[in-house]
Structures are given as structure tokens and as C-alpha cells.
Design a protein around this ligand. Structure first.
Ligand code: AMP
Ligand code: GLY
Length: 424
């Protein structure tokens, strides 16, 4: 069969690489893809933007694509699944209504409250003065979030009342996030350790995927500005069997029941961002309606069973009898970024040394790269994710950094401590 993968990040490269191993697949198109997908076996990049749903649909019809897998949230929130389904095409991911779990923070908070799912206390505002009064009455620290999609930049953890007020003025007053910020959520600051929990659901059954954890801060020791993720590893020791049970009972299952009660049919990956307090109680910080990036890269390295079969079983609503097999090894991915990311950085630098990474203990997934003639150039903030495998986290870390050390470009930047918490 011929399949289409939508997106251009490290997540989509990992999907494409994994799908290329499926015997069922003869041809993979990635729209728009990157310099890494361009070079994978059976894979071809298609120059259509991930949010250009009309042209993606026309392409899928023309090629008679048997399965489309959507990587990023934006096309899901825009309703790509609804449009493909209406045209009789199979498309993996939640429909627009279900994707609101990521697309609108106020929708999600109201949903969580309605169904008694543990989360931070909150209030929603679209009027500046009311938001400011609320912040003054609650005090700091406090968290301000733009309601809609903001490419991971719409959350402000304010340590002072003044900072929180600056954030709401920025979002509601100056409209710095456009319509994504016409509403805001202000919520209680939670303390604890963050973890993520990713499942796949067919609307009724649910399968937990291999556990993983990412590092969101840019700099070593989890300091510096928040990013999309500077590295990730799987499994994540913080997600113990006891915690898994609590997350399933207190968060995931009530969410699936709540969706059913509200008449929302959720199919696809569901990513829960969690905060675990000192006593081990999980609360949900956010939902993503897709796989995480860079969590996908180490998770795909550990997936032994067929990824296409997992997607098909989900769409066929037959996850009940589906078995997913995982490699017992640890996979650890280090993101190599452009210097200055996530604030200000340059693109178009030539990348050297990739050909010297040949060992079978690591794999380089591309994110922001482009292939110009035979030159590989940087084309984004997060450029590569280098995944190493090992019998334990330390060995996976060593293998990953061994490969990282062979790759270079002007202004390259990476953290040196990915996985340190799992090693401690
Ligand atoms: P989100 O996109 O909602 O996950 O927020 C991005 C990051 O902001 C999270 O990964 C947390 O580090 C932080 N954050 C969000 N909400 C809260 C909260 N209520 N309390 C403390 N930190 C938070
Ligand atoms: N790594 C976090 C995310 O994909 O949202």
C-alpha cells in the first residue's frame, strides 16, 4: 500500500523510517518532509504544507493513498481527519471536535472539571480587567495560558503578580497570539515532577505506549527557556507501575468515558502532560492530540511490532486484540539545535559528519533540515535528534553522544545531560 505522512519534524521522520520497515508498505509520501525523510528507503517528499488540507486531500485522492498519518496538531485541529473521511479516505488521528483537547485550553479545562479529572484550579477570561483582578486576588506564582494553538509558546509561568499581568496584557491586550489569544486560562501553579503519558485509543479500547520523558528546558540541568523538547528517552523510570495504574484510573479512563458521554469520538494518539506531586498524586497539565516530539524518536526505535498494523487496528476499532511489542533496551535521543533556539537563530548552515554515524546502536532523525542539491542544510531550530540504544540509560546516553560528537555545523547547540534524571 501507499501511505502519506503529514509533517516535517523529527517525529515524522521517525514515523516514516518505522513505516518503511512494514512489509505492507510499498511507497511513503511525506508532506512536506525534510532532508532526512528525503533519504529514507521507499520515501518521497511532497511539497505540500502540513496545513494545506485542500491540496493534501487532492494529492491523496490522486494517488489513492490507503492510509494517511498526521503528525502535528495544527491540521488535526483544522479538521483534516473530517475532510479525508468525508472523501472516503482513511486518516489516522482525532477529528476536529476531539482535537479540541489540544486546540482549546479552556475547552479542556471545562471538560476536566465536568468529568472530575484532577487538574489545576483555573478560571477563563476574555476581558483584560477581569483577568487582572483575578490575578491580584489569587497572587503569584500563577500560570497564564493562551487558549488556542501557539506553537508551544503560549504558556507563562509567572513568579510575580506583575509578570502575570504583563502576560495577560500581552495576550489579551496586544493580541500577540492573534485569535489563539482571544481567550486565556489562568491557573494555579502546581509543584512536582513532570511526566508524560502517551496512549493510543480507538474510542473504546486503549493501549499505553512505551513510557517516555522529554527535557523541555533548553540548557543543562533543566535551566533556561522552555522549548519543544531538547531530548527524550524511553522507558522513563519516573513512570512506575504504580503511577501507571493511577494515571489510567484517575486520568486516562475518565477522559475516555468523558469523551463518550459528551458525544466525542476520539481515535488516535493521546498525550497527557502530567504533574506528579510529592505524595505521588498525578494531575493533568495538558493534553496533546498527537504523538510527542522528540518522544516519538526513541519510542519508534523501541517499537518492534508493525506501526502500520497499530494504526490500522485503531482505525478498524480493533485495538482490543492488538498486541504491541517493545524492545527491552533503552533508547535516548539528543536534540542538536541551532544556536540561539528557541529565541533567535539562523538557518542554512551546512551540516557535516552525518556519513560517519554508521553504527547500529544509533540513528539520526532529522527535524529542521533540507537537502539542497547534495548539501544538507539546517532549516529550523531543532535540527536533528540523535537516538542511541543501550542496555541501560547510561549506555544509551553514551551511544547517542558518541554519534552527536561526529556531527557538526556552525553554531550547533545541544544539551550534555539528556537522561540524567533516569541515570540518578
Ligand atoms: P503546557 O503547554 O500546558 O504543558 O505548559 C508548558 C509547560 O508549562 C509545562 O510543561 C509546565 O512545565 C509548565 N506548566 C504549565 N501549567 C503549569 C501549572 N499549572 N503549574 C506549573 N507549571 C505549569
Ligand atoms: N515534547 C513535547 C511535545 O511534543 O509537546
Amino acid at each position: 500500500m501507499e501511505i502519506l505522512i503529514i509533517g516535517n519534524g523529527g517525529r515524522e521522520h521517525a514515523f516514516a523510517w518505522k513505516c518503511s520497515q512494514s512489509k505492507k508498505v510499498t511507497q511513503i509520501y511525506v508532506a512536506p518532509g525534510n532532508g532526512g525523510t528525503a533519504k529514507e528507503e521507499k520515501v518521497k517528499n511532497i511539497n505540500i504544507d502540513a496545513e494545506d488540507i485542500e491540496n493534501l486531500l487532492a494529492f491523496a485522492k490522486e494517488k489513492n493513498i490507503a492510509l494517511t498519518i498526521v503528525g502535528p496538531e495544527a491540521p488535526l485541529v483544522l479538521g483534516i481527519v473530517d475532510k479525508f473521511n468525508a472523501a472516503g479516505l482513511r486518516c489516522f488521528g482525532p477529528n476536529a471536535k476531539a482535537a479540541q483537547l489540544e486546540g482549546s485550553k479552556s475547552f479542556t479545562k471545562d471538560f476536566l472539571l465536568r468529568h472530575n479529572i484532577p487538574t489545576a484550579e483555573y478560571a477563563c477570561f476574555s476581558e483584560l480587567n477581569l483577568a487582572i483582578d483575578y490575578i491580584k486576588s489569587r497572587g503569584a506564582p500563577i500560570v497564564v495560558k493562551a487558549d488556542g494553538l501557539a506553537a508551544g509558546k503560549g504558556v507563562f509561568v509567572a513568579m510575580t503578580v506583575d509578570d502575570a499581568i504583563t502576560a495577560v496584557k500581552d495576550i489579551l491586550g496586544d493580541k500577540s497570539f492573534g485569535s489563539a489569544g482571544s481567550k486565556i486560562v489562568i491557573e494555579e501553579f502546581l509543584v512536582g515532577e513532570e511526566a508524560s503519558y502517551i496512549v493510543v485509543t480507538d474510542g473504546t479500547e486503549v493501549i499505553s505506549l512505551a513510557t517516555s520523558q522529554d527535557h523541555k528546558a533548553r540548557d543543562n540541568n533543566d535551566l533556561g527557556p522552555n522549548t519543544g523538547g531538547m531530548g527524550a528517552y524511553s522507558p522513563a523510570p519516573i513512570v512506575t507501575e504504580a503511577l501507571k495504574l493511577r494515571v489510567m484510573n484517575e486520568i486516562i479512563n475518565p477522559t475516555l468515558e468523558g469523551l463518550k458521554k459528551d458525544g466525542i469520538d476520539y481515535l488516535g494518539f493521546l498525550y497527557a502532560g502530567l504533574m506528579i506531586d510529592g505524595a505521588g498524586n498525578p494531575k493533568i497539565l495538558e493534553y496533546n492530540c498527537r504523538f510527542g516530539d522528540p518522544e516519538t524518536q526513541p519510542i519508534m526505535m523501541r517499537l518492534e511490532s508493525d506501526f502500520i498494523e497499530l494504526c490500522e487496528a485503531t482505525l478498524n476499532r480493533s485495538l482490543l486484540n492488538h498486541k504491541v511489542r517493545w524492545n527491552k533496551k533503552v533508547a535516548l535521543g539528543v536534540v542538536m539545535a541551532a544556536g540561539g533556539y528557541p529565541i533567535k537563530y539562523e538557518s542554512g548552515k551546512q551540516i557535516f559528519g552525518l556519513e560517519s554515524v554508521k553504527d547500529d546502536t544509533s540513528k539520526v532523525f532529522h527535524a529542521g533540515t533540507s537537502l539542497e542539491k547534495d548539501k544538507l542544510l539546517t532549516a529550523g531550530g531543532r535540527v536533528l535528534c540523535v537516538v542511541g540504544m543501550g542496555d541501560n540509560t547510561k549506555e544509551a546516553q553514551r551511544n547517542s553522544y558518541k554519534s552527536v560528537g561526529k556531527i557538526t555545523w556552525e553554531d550547533e547547540f545541544h544539551r550534555n545531560d539528556i537522561g540524567y534524571k533516569a541515570i540518578e
